[in-house]
Unconditional design. Structure first.
Length: 134
């Protein structure tokens, strides 16, 4: 399991293995520990603070923004926002995974079947995934 401060590449490599297991080997099941590790890594990445100040003046500005002696408009403008939500990077990686996965399914099914058989096969796959998430 990657550390809480892991970058996108490290985090996605770990999560992709779990997503691939769910999408291709669900019949073997997902343990509670594995599920919680996937959840924890996702949560840690999405809520980790990726905003690191590089200069002491930036740090002192951030420190002063906490002070209530500043006008409210400055607090709203300069106050640190806390965790920097980074979930869009993971979401985009997940979308790319699904596009690739579905293209693979299409390419495996399409050559040997007519259009109605392909639709029926995708319907069966959809029922499988719908049932597995319940």
């Amino acid at each position: 399991m990657p550390p809480a401060t892991a970058d996108l590449a490290t985090t996605w490599a770990f999560l992709e293995e779990g997503v691939d297991h769910i999408m291709t080997k669900l019949h073997t099941g997902v343990s509670y520990t594995k599920y919680m590790n996937l959840y924890t890594v996702s949560y840690n990445y999405c809520t980790s603070s990726k905003m690191h100040s590089t200069t002491s003046s930036e740090q002192s500005v951030a420190g002063r923004c906490i002070s209530f002696s500043l006008p409210a408009r400055l607090l709203l403008t300069y106050a640190p926002a806390g965790a920097n939500l980074m979930g869009s990077d993971l979401y985009n990686s997940l979308v790319r995974y699904f596009v690739q996965h579905l293209r693979h399914l299409r390419d495996v099914i399409r050559p040997s079947y007519d259009d109605w058989t392909v639709i029926d096969a995708f319907f069966s796959i959809r029922i499988h995934y719908k049932t597995s998430r319940s």
